[in-house]
Structure formats: C-alpha cells, structure tokens
Design a binder for this molecule. Structure first.
Ligand code: GDP
Ligand code: IMO
Ligand code: MG
Length: 425
C-alpha cells in the first residue's frame, strides 16, 4: 500500500506525527516538495524531534528515507539534522537517499528572500526566510540553478557559482543597495558540504519505481498545506511549490495512480502563519485560547500562529483537489474548555451561499463564514485511547466535521505524543 499524507489547511496540521505513526508499516518514506520552511514535529514519550528536511520516518531505524527531486535542499540544515539524529543514536547510513535533481538552497537565496520581504513592507508574504521562493525561481529560470548532483564536480560548481554570484550581486546592489556576497566563501561552504551529501545522492525516481515494483510500501510526506499550494492556494500568500497532493507526481516521479490512498490531515480548528486571508480567524480571546492550549507557535520560525474556528469550506477544497480518501483530525484535546465551538460549513459571498472554496483572494476577502454552533466539553481527552470513550460532545463534533468535509476521520489526535492518537476501527 502506497500512502500520501498531506495537509488540508495552511500547514502545521500535524503531518509529522501522522507520518511517524504510518511509517511503522512503511518501507520507504519520501519528502516530495518544499524545503526547510517545513517544520514537522514528532513526539515519542519525552523525546521531541523537529524535522525540516528529513522525512519524519527517519526516526524509525528500519525505514528507507528519500528526499526527492522537487525538494529545495538547504545543505546546512540537512547536515545539522543528520548530525542531530546521530547524536541521539539514530543513524541514516545505508538507508537515506537524496535526488541528484533536487535544487540547492544557498546563502544568496536566503538573503534574497529577506531583502525582498523587507522591501515589500506591509505587502510582504510573511515567508519563513528560508530562501524557498528564490531557489524555486532559479529552478524555473534554469540558467542560475544549482542541483545536488552539481556537488559531484567541484570545479564545474566553482565556475557556475562565480557566474551566479556576479548576477545576484548586481541585483542585490541595484534593487536593494545591499552588500555583495562572496562567491569564494559560498563555494568553500559547498566544498565542505559535498562529502556529506554526495554519498547519499542518487536517481530517486528509479529507486522509488524499483521499490514499488518489488511490492514495498511507500509513504509520501507532504509539506506545507493544500491552501499554500502555488497554483491552487491563496496566491500570492502561498509557498513556491505545489504543496497539495497535486505536487506528488512531479515532485518525485511517481504517478498519482500508483498511490493507493491519500490521507488529509486537519486540525480541529484552523491556523495560519504569515500573511493572507483567513475567513474564520479569531483575533480575540478565542484565538488566544487556542494558541496557548495548542502551543500554536511555529516549529520553524517560532512565530505565533494565527488561530480560528474550523473551516469546513477550506478543508473540503483540499479534499477535492487532493483526491483525499480519509481524514486524520488532530488537536481535539486543544478545544477542551471552550463552552461553544463554531464550525464554518459555507461562506456567504456577495449575497450567495458558497461551499466551494474561492482560492482567489479578492473573493475570499469578501467571504463571510456561515457558522454552526456545537456544544463544547470540559473533560481532559489526553489519556483517552478509544473513540467511544470520548465525551459525547467531542464525538458529535468529529462526526459533524466528517459530514461537512465529506470524508471519514480515521484517526483522532488527543495530544502531541505518538501514543496520544485514537485509531478508529
Ligand atoms: P506539521 O508541520 O504538519 O508536521 O505540524 P507541526 O509539527 O508544525 O505542528 C503540529 C504541532 O501540534 C506539533 O507541535 C505537534 O507536536 C502537535 N500535535 C500534533 N498532534 C497533536 C494533538 O493531537 N494534540 C496536541 N495537543 N498537539 C498535537
Ligand atoms: P509545514 O510543512 C505553515 C508559509 C509561510 C508563509 C508562506 C510562504 O511545517 O506545514 P515560504 O517560506 O514557503 O516562502 O513562505 O508559507 N509556510 C508554512 N506555514 N507550515 C509550513 O510548513 C509552511 N511552509 C511555509 O509562513 O506564509
Ligand atoms: Mg509545521
């Protein structure tokens, strides 16, 4: 069985936790998009892992891990993660592979990300400043791109970086009056990365097809969320890749029909980091309650996340474009203590009721959520391990979300730990 796990909201739904759980029954786990803008958390007992580039399956010693072609790879972050796991006794030797075609995020991408955001002022996207947009832009532009495979030939890479930096420095100085970057220093860093990355580098498309051909089970780990998808999200307040499951085939060379099941991860409410429309946002005591109860601070940047009610219109959109078969609903425990819970089942836009999410931000800005109010619960859910043992109002809440979103909830999260997950029969 090949499974894809993807976020249906604006990221941080808890994909890392779900992938860690499903990795127990997988042979291979693949990251197919995004870069170190992602922050995926896995909590096992008292140990917490925050992974940005390595697939969340890395923690399981018997799983093969792949970073596929459409990931933009920051070598500094990746090497830090590999070393961090090694210090905790987890080795990737012999079971980790990087696509030779993955593009490399270097210091000038992060610098460009920062300069552009600063120059935009109030119109900024609120990126993670991890160099994601500039690196994908170089990929699409082709002429100034660096791929992981380039680390195999240091002399050629040195020449390439000289040309790239001459171009980038002209831009930095003309557009932002910024200091130039030193091509030599960047090359020296690349020279030090090469022996750490080249041994893992391979044709991951061949590797994945071989594994699937042998009947191995592959787990595809989405990054970001469907509403941050470059083409289908709330542009321009999106990331620079196809972060819905639509990015999977091009992201790793495995066609969509070879994936047996698509799992959409949602939180029991909605969050968003960075700028952009958010119809059910609660910039008030409800939002503050959710942020504190759910510890809604970014895994990558530490920024407080914007919080609001569950948006069924937005989640149902992720289901439609993502071919989603089933849902995982996390953070049900976070809502404990709220007397009433609101769930958005439709929008009113220009006097009309709509249930299809308008990704266009002008229309979305005019969307007024139509809410249903459901009773809350006071019980602590964090020790509950069976769906039937949940308080009646919590079960009703999950069932209503299933109806609105139109897919069954197969797992429910009642705490951050691996063990705090209810699997429904
Ligand atoms: P990802 O980017 O989708 O992998 O999600 P993040 O790791 O950025 O954010 C999810 C956060 O919620 C992490 O801190 C998780 O440890 C935590 N988490 C996951 N599931 C649950 C849950 O069911 N309840 C609570 N309270 N926390 C959870
Ligand atoms: P995971 O995988 C939440 C958001 C940023 C910003 C926008 C563009 O942990 O769910 P970028 O740096 O990609 O150019 O930023 O996208 N963003 C995320 N928000 N979770 C993520 O990843 C995100 N990755 C990017 O906050 O609004
Ligand atoms: Mg995250």
């Amino acid at each position: 069985m090949n499974i894809c796990v993807v976020g249906l909201q604006w990221g941080d739904e808890g994909k890392g936790k779900v992938v860690d759980i499903l990795a127990e029954r997988s042979d291979v786990v693949v990251r197919y998009g995004g870069g170190s803008n992602a922050g995926h958390t896995v909590v096992i007992g008292d140990s917490r892992f925050a992974l940005h580039l390595l697939p969340s399956g890395s923690i399981r010693q018997d799983v093969t891990c792949v970073i596929a072609n459409a990931v933009v790879l920051d070598p500094e972050v990746l090497i830090g993660e590999i070393d961090g796991l090694a210090e905790r006794g987890i080795s990737l030797d012999g079971r980790f592979f990087i696509s030779e075609n993955a593009h490399v995020v270097l210091d000038y991408h992060k610098w460009e990300d920062q300069l552009r955001e600063e120059a935009l002022g109030k119109r900024k996207i609120g990126t993670t400043i991890r160099g994601i947009g500039p690196c994908y832009a170089d990929k699409v532009g082709r002429s100034y791109a660096v791929r992981v495979g380039d680390f195999r030939d240091p002399d050629a890479l040195k020449d390439k970086l000289r040309v790239i930096l001459a171009y980038k420095n002209k831009l930095f100085s003309a557009l932002y009056q910024a200091e130039p970057m030193d091509a030599e220093a960047i090359f020296e860093k690349c020279r030090s990365y090469a022996p750490r990355l080249v041994p893992f580098t391979t044709d991951t498309t061949e590797l994945l097809h071989t594994a699937i051909g042998q009947g191995k089970s592959v787990l595809f780990e989405g990054a970001q969320g469907s509403l941050l998808d470059l083409d289908h999200g709330t542009f321009p307040f999106v990331t620079s890749s196809n972060s819905s499951s639509l990015g999977l085939p091009s992201g790793c060379g495995v066609p969509a029909r070879m994936v047996d099941k698509y799992i959409g991860v949602i939180k029991a409410y909605t969050t968003r980091v960075g700028a952009g429309p958010f119809p059910t946002e609660q910039d008030n005591e409800v939002g503050d309650f959710i942020r504190e109860a759910g510890n809604e601070y970014g895994t990558t940047t530490g920024r407080p996340r914007r919080c609001g009610w569950f948006d069924g219109v937005a989640a149902a959109y992720g289901v439609k474009i993502g071919s989603i078969d089933a849902l995982v609903l996390l953070h049900l425990d976070t809502l404990t203590g709220l007397e009433e819970l609101k769930v958005c089942r439709a929008y009113e836009i220009d006097g009309q009721e709509k249930t299809f999410f308008p990704a266009n931000i002008d229309r979305l800005a005019r969307a007024k959520p139509i809410y249903e109010t459901l009773p809350g619960w006071d019980d602590d859910l964090t020790g509950i391990s069976s769906f039937d043992d949940l308080p009646a109002h919590a079960r009703d809440y999950v069932r209503r979300i299933e109806e609105i979103v139109g897919k069954p909830v197969e797992m429910v999260g009642v705490g951050p730990k691996r063990s705090q997950t209810i699997v429904r029969a």
